[in-house]
Design a protein around this ligand. Structure first.
Ligand code: FAD
Length: 385
């Protein structure tokens, strides 16, 4: 261990940059090196599914490049550099043939998209969008095209459906669930979003999956569904889920569950190694959202600056960016006992999940009820107290 070595942060997504911003408020001098496999642009990832709604091209979504960030925060950023291994016994990070010493190491390397193993010869027409570079590639491919098939009817699939529809594209959504956002809200809420998207012209093909994608003779792509339907399209977006990146951590002997396991101090099972953001499982919770990573960044910055601090999560509602049906969800904790009660008026839904003792544990609000999210969030218990 070498206390004079820099703090090393792997990842320049919202988790890495939020942490270093918070850290620099408390400590202006400790050397910090950030390492990223991408170009290190600072951007707000949630904006990727609002490009057409907000009239922004991919490049307009970037807030600052890596050089600007390095100057602003007085840190070193190594872009297009991939971490290939961790040697926690010697406090070193491996970058291919090179290795780098750290005093404290932070893993903020995000989550990988799940890629389905589709048949057919048009797999290069399938895009997964999980960072600005992916988005730039997708927008380039979209030029002069009209039709998009989206696989997945979760938060990201529905947001892209609404956004691309607003951009004037022809949209089909294919998903195995019987409604939208199945993991986040009860069916009444999911149905409200589906109906609202359908009213905008989005077509849904539910309870089926894409099996193969083949180029056809007119330059389009035939998307073959398990139910026998064939949809003709130009491009396909795969939005079927994310998985925290855990392989390098597991290989280094760190404790790993669904994400890299950390307690509320965000320390992994190795000394001086921390994790936050989409790659982390914090006290059993894997929360792939912005609010939890911001709370984590504030707590971890204090710990790195010498004041050990635990993260506290309040209720953290997520706004689903479907302007055709404003939606706020705060899903109950995994495995929570209780039941949903739904009030439905057209596409306006108020669904409350309460425990046996009457305690509000989660909610899903669509349409005119969405603004109630703040008041309801105040009634929720904290995840950690
Ligand atoms: P990432 O942003 O993925 O950053 C990971 C970083 O690690 C990158 O810099 C990458 O290059 C680097 N990296 C990975 N592996 C290596 C390696 N081996 N070596 C070096 N560097 C590496 N959340 C909300 O709360 N509200 C929303 O409305 C919302 N909308 C979303 C819309 C979309 C389209 C998407 C995709 C997500 C959305 N989310 C939303 C989720 C939210 O954006 C993420 O939870 C958050 O951005 C994750 O940040 P992160 O820094 O943990 O990961």
């Amino acid at each position: 261990r070498n206390d004079d070595a820099p703090v090393v942060i792997i990842g320049t997504g919202l988790a890495g940059y939020s942490l270093v911003r918070e850290f620099r408020k408390l400590d202006k001098t400790t050397p910090v090196i950030m390492i990223t496999a991408d170009d290190g642009h600072s951007y707000s990832k949630p904006m990727l599914s609002t490009g057409f709604t907000k009239g922004k091209e991919a490049d307009e979504l970037a807030q600052a490049d890596a050089d600007t960030m390095a100057r602003q925060l007085d840190i070193t950023i190594r872009t297009f550099t991939t971490v290939t291994g961790l040697d926690t016994a010697n406090h070193r990070v491996r970058l291919g043939d090179e290795s780098l010493q750290y005093s404290k190491l932070v893993l903020a390397w995000g989550a990988d998209v799940i890629r389905l193993d589709l048949g057919g010869n048009a797999r290069d027409a399938v895009y997964s969008i999980n960072d600005l570079i992916d988005y730039r590639d997708f927008r380039r491919a979209l030029a002069k095209k009209k039709r998009v098939v989206i696989m997945g009817a979760g938060l990201i699939g529905c947001e892209f459906a609404n956004d691309l529809r607003l951009g004037g594209f022809d949209i089909d959504v294919v998903a195995p669930s019987d409604t939208t956002l199945p993991g986040l809200m009860p069916p009444e809420g999911g149905e409200a979003i589906r109906r609202a998207l359908e009213a905008e012209g989005v077509r849904f093909h539910l309870e089926t999956v894409v099996e193969r994608v083949d180029r056809n003779s007119t330059g389009g792509v035939d998307v073959h569904l398990a139910n026998g339907e064939v949809l003709e399209t130009d491009l396909i977006i795969s939005a079927v889920g994310l998985r925290p990146r855990t392989e390098l951590a597991r290989a280094a002997g760190l404790e790993v569950g669904r994400g890299i396991a950390v307690g509320r101090t965000l320390q992994t099972s190795a000394d001086d190694v921390y994790a936050l953001g989409d790659c982390a499982e914090v006290d059993g919770y894997v929360l792939l959202y912005v609010l939890p990573l911001m709370a984590s960044a504030r707590a971890l910055a204090k710990t790195l600056a010498g004041e050990p601090t635990e993260v506290n999560y309040g209720a953290m509602p997520v706004m689903v960016k479907t302007p055709c049906c404003p939606t706020a969800v705060c899903p109950p904790p995994l495995g929570a006992e209780g039941h949903w009660e739904c009030e439905v008026e057209g596409n306006d839904t108020r669904a409350l999940f309460t425990g046996a003792d009457g305690q509000l544990l989660g909610f899903a609000l669509t349409g005119k009820f969405a603004p109630e999210k703040q008041a309801l969030a105040k009634e929720m218990p904290k995840l950690h107290q």
